[in-house]
Ligand binder design. Structure first.
Ligand code: FCB
Length: 485
């Protein structure tokens, strides 16, 4: 797909930042009405960008993704990805130049503890320590996720997330990471998207690909237990750091992917089916975390599939957290028979995901009224796989720019109606390995040439940069220079 770039590449010049005039922007560059301190950032995850998976050279253990791809050799894999492990310093320089105030990344468990438990790989810890230093040096706040899907293969040998013991090992891993980085990283996240981790057990599109629907509740529940155990560990580490007179005010959260289900018609059956769809797939994580009780439909499924859930489990799961991260991509529309349908004429991304930003506002308002214990929120991922047009002048992606503008505006609507939203992170900083879909689906603010690894900031990335700039000026700043549609 990608032709060789005309640009000469040196180790120190690995990104291209085309010129962009905000006055001529086809999509508004404006100030959004968010509270003071609202943060604009971008997200990535370890396996999708790092490369450097070789166990001998990097001391990293095998993850379930190497096994997944070994069994499917026709797919792209993460051997090289964005070569970020080698290019980290240049990537941080690019983030800085884009003006991003925050960067959300994940730490790879098998890079830190190759066998999942036991010996620590010093080289791996050192990598993330350097990344954090580099970010802080450049005024970018690190948002660290402990688990974005790359389970050590040795943990899968124990049954992976079907086994409660893995939750204990996860908490030990969290301890190793926080003891090294807790003096510098304030924003901690235990898990990225439990529902999608579960999808790897009940289907075959994601690792480990077990295709066993009966594991649904067992895996989801164990993930929430692991979240609870790790939260305790992080809090203890935070307290210990404080007593050593570090600024030990760690904030702990979790990231859920939430897909609201809207009824296809106003009938009672469609409304009931939509509610059920939400509770069964997404709402039960919310209920567990913020009500300490799963919805009935999930309790019944737990009983049917032999999962025992104690009151102590639910206490662990519902302990207070400092923020909830939401990854938002789409809504679903559900018929009275419980079928998810495509809305005729609706716009979709290349993933087949409907584009409908108003549903984000609605979902956030619903959450605010349903959950009294709701902590502050961040949108930790939002973005679209759409076509990019690469020319000599840059990488053009008007569809993504419009998508991003519409979603930030939808978030603004919710914020203006009293939802406590503290930040927005674009998925993704750069084009990367979209798991089993390989490099064919691109979500990046930045294009990555797969042959040369040269990064080119796309029009959306340039627009986003201009938005961040417009939103960082003091309140009295003029609005001149804002492009209008
Ligand atoms: C989210 C994942 C992220 C990426 C986007 C498109 O579910 O967290 O890694 O795959 O979807």
């Amino acid at each position: 797909m990608s032709k060789k770039s005309k640009h000469n590449i040196s180790k120190n010049n690995t990104y291209v930042f085309p010129h962009f005039n905000p006055r001529l922007s086809p999509v508004p560059v404006r100030r959004f009405h968010f509270p003071e301190g609202f943060v604009f950032g971008a997200s990535t995850s370890a396996y999708q960008i790092e490369g450097a998976i070789d166990t001998v050279a990097y001391g990293r253990g095998r993850s379930i993704w190497e096994d997944y791809f070994a069994a499917r050799p026709h797919l792209d894999n993460g051997e090289v990805a964005c070569d970020h492990y080698q290019r980290m310093v240049e990537d941080v320089a690019m983030i800085k130049k884009m003006g991003l105030k925050a960067y959300r990344f994940s730490v790879s468990w098998p890079r830190i503890i190759p066998a999942g438990t036991g010996a620590v790989n010093a080289q791996g810890l050192e990598f993330y320590s350097r990344l954090v230093d580099e970010l802080l040096k450049n005024g970018i706040e690190p948002y660290l996720t402990l688990y974005h899907w790359d389970l050590p293969a040795a943990m899968q040998d124990l049954g992976g997330w079907t086994n409660r013991a893995v939750a204990e090992h996860f908490a030990d891993y969290a301890k190793v990471v926080v003891e090294r980085l807790g003096d510098r990283v304030k924003k901690w996240c235990t898990f990225n998207e439990p529902e999608v981790i579960v999808a790897g057990y009940i289907g075959d599109g994601l690792a480990p690909g077990l295709k066993n629907p009966a594991l649904r509740v067992a895996v989801g529940h164990n993930l929430l237990l692991a979240h609870g155990l790790a939260t305790k560990v992080l809090r203890q580490a935070g307290a210990a750091l404080k007593s050593k007179s570090y600024e030990g005010d760690l904030e702990v959260g979790i990231v859920l992917n939430l897909v609201p289900a809207e009824p296809a018609s106003a009938t009672v059956s469609a409304k009931t089916a939509a509610r059920r769809q939400w509770q069964r797939n997404y709402g039960w994580y919310m209920d567990g975390l913020f009500k300490g009780k799963y919805p009935r439909v999930v309790q019944l499924e737990a009983r049917r599939t032999g999962v025992s859930i104690s009151a102590a489990d639910m206490e662990l799961i519902r302990q207070p957290i400092d923020y909830l991260g939401i990854n938002w991509y789409l809504r679903q529309v559900v018929t009275g028979r419980g079928r998810v349908i495509r809305v005729p004429g609706a716009k979709e991304t290349l993933m087949g995901w409907e584009i409908h930003a108003p549903a984000l506002t609605t979902m956030l308002l619903n959450m605010k009224s349903e959950y009294r214990q709701l902590p502050p929120l961040y949108i930790t991922e939002n973005g679209a796989a759409l076509k990019d047009e690469r020319t000599a002048s840059g990488v053009h992606d008007l569809g993504r720019m419009t998508y991003t503008y519409d979603h930030i505006s939808a978030l603004e609507m919710a914020s203006l109606q009293g939802v406590d939203i503290r930040g927005y992170f674009a998925w993704s900083l750069m084009d990367n390995l979209e798991w089993s879909l390989g490099y064919s689906k691109t979500f990046g603010l930045v294009h990555v040439d797969r042959e040369t690894q040269v990064r080119t900031v796309k029009d959306t990335g340039l627009w986003y940069s201009a938005v961040i700039k417009a939103n960082s000026r003091g309140k009295a700043a003029s609005r001149k220079g804002s492009g209008r549609r």
